[in-house]
Design a protein around this ligand. Structure first.
Ligand code: ACO
Length: 433
């Protein structure tokens, strides 16, 4: 089958036998246009095969725009670096989930809804103490969100803006407490009484994790801001694995909470959100093996070893991930503020430098992604490695909510149901073994 553009707004797929099918080309506001192959099977008996959806748009979306070659990420049109400089995480929550930056009144409503959500989540503490203590915090988080559906009414009308905004605010507030409870489950201690604040979601979050009832814990403003910015940088990233999972669940009309649970599970994988934990574990392995970066890079290049340079490579970025550069700066600021030095950072910097000048990585356009330095940032702040992906989930939640709502309110949307190319046995007759 050959393809060719027939006019500006049609694509023609032409088979060797002369049959052809025309498709409409649909343009977005920026980036690649698409041609809609929805009628291909009916018209030609063929399906497309696109492993890992490397070239398939599953939806039209107006939330986040990425140009991976130019290193651009924009939420609702705003460059992420401008948001990282000027906005708070709660501004970004409102922006992503409603389309616009918030007014003061809207922030006050968000704050009130978050406070309701924190109260609901606090009632779930027994769920966390009932789980085996070595349960991974990501597994605890998904259990916590599932349990949240039992104490909150998540069956709201997604077409109703005020109901959706209230459900969003409650979930954003509840999530902070659920994440803190995953930490308390292994570190021990109880949650302090705190009131969420839209001016520093991260400050409140740090207090819930590291504070105890009555101890008057106060976080350092530099650390607080660094974490708030890290949350902003993780808040959305268009059709990544976890967000597409949330949309797929939502396309079956699964509730917001059930869809978020699906997203948490997808995010936990080391090729996705779990990479921040895997990067630090990789750096620790290199350190304990004597710090020989060149030898480690050699093992990555040995295709038989199956070793990957974690925190490197990205489906979309074929140049430096712009978020990684901002995270690296935040890490430097936090280490300076705390007067700390981290041997693992020296190894990471050497690893980056060796990889970026090596033909293996250059030819495959493998650069540091957002997770190369986030684990070190979280470690400097004092989070244990098994909490790193929970922090990613806290940041990514507004993106999941925005995409879930976009999916379920899009009247053009259908249940997600890919085709397959069957390569198994043809019919055989049952015979007892
Ligand atoms: N280390 C070594 N080689 C790599 C790496 C890596 N980190 N990433 C990709 N490659 C190689 C592949 O082996 C492949 O080589 P080949 O063409 O010789 O077979 C080539 O680069 C293309 O790689 P793919 O796996 O096809 O790229 P894909 O887009 O499918 O994967 C992914 C992207 C999963 C992020 C991959 O780069 C990876 O595994 N990175 C490490 C894990 C990681 O950091 N994940 C976080 C991503 S960011 C996020 O989700 C928040």
């Amino acid at each position: 089958m050959q393809d060719g553009v027939d006019g500006a707004d049609r694509v023609r797929l032409k088979r060797a036998n002369g049959d052809s099918v025309d498709f409409e080309v649909i343009s977005g506001t920026e980036g690649a246009s698409a041609f809609n192959i929805g009628t291909l099977l009916a018209e030609s008996g063929l399906v497309t095969l696109d492993i890992g959806f490397a070239n398939t748009a599953s939806c039209a979306s107006n939330i986040t725009y990425i140009d991976g070659d130019a290193g651009i990420v924009r939420y609702r049109g705003y460059p992420v670096n401008q948001l990282a400089e000027h906005a708070t995480f709660c501004d970004v929550v409102h922006l992503l989930t409603t389309g616009e930056l918030p007014t003061q009144d809207q922030l006050a409503s968000l704050n009130a809804g978050m406070a309701e959500g924190t109260e609901l989540a606090r009632t779930l503490q027994p769920v966390f103490s009932a789980m085996p203590s070595n349960t991974h915090p990501m597994a605890m988080l998904s259990a916590g969100v599932s349990a949240l559906s039992g104490v909150s009414s998540d069956a709201f009308d997604a077409f109703d803006d005020s109901a959706a905004e209230l459900a969003t605010a409650r979930l954003i507030g509840a999530f902070s407490i659920l994440a803190a409870l995953t930490y308390k489950a292994s570190s021990g201690g109880s949650l302090p009484r705190s009131t969420p604040s839209t001016s520093s979601y991260a400050g409140d979050f740090l207090g819930n994790l590291f504070g105890s009832p009555g101890d008057g814990y106060e976080s350092d403003p530099v650390i607080e801001r660094a974490l708030d910015v890290a949350f902003i940088l993780h808040a959305d990233h268009e059709q990544n694995c976890s967000t597409s999972t949330v949309r797929l669940a939502g396309s079956a009309r699964a509730s917001l909470l059930s869809s978020v649970v699906a997203g948490i599970s997808a995010l936990s994988g080391p090729l996705h959100g779990g990479a921040n934990q895997a990067v630090v574990e990789m750096l620790e392995d290199i350190k304990s093996g004597g710090g020989d970066v060149a030898r480690f890079v050699g093992s990555v290049k040995d295709r038989q070893s199956g070793t990957r340079l974690m925190g490197f490579g990205h489906r979309v970025y074929k140049s430096y991930d712009p978020r990684a550069a901002i995270i690296k700066k935040l890490l430097d600021q936090v280490l300076l503020q705390l007067g700390k030095k981290d041997d693992l950072l020296d190894i990471a910097i050497e690893l980056e430098s060796v990889a970026l000048s090596d033909e293996y990585f250059i030819s495959r356009k493998l650069y540091p992604n957002v997770d190369f330095y986030t684990g070190l940032l979280y470690r400097a702040i004092g989070f244990p490695a098994n909490m790193f992906t929970v922090l990613f989930a806290v940041g990514r939640l507004p993106g999941w909510i925005a995409h879930w709502r976009e999916c379920v309110t899009d009247k053009q949307n259908k249940i997600g149901r890919p085709r397959q190319l069957y390569v198994g046995p043809t019919e055989r007759t049952y015979q007892p073994q």
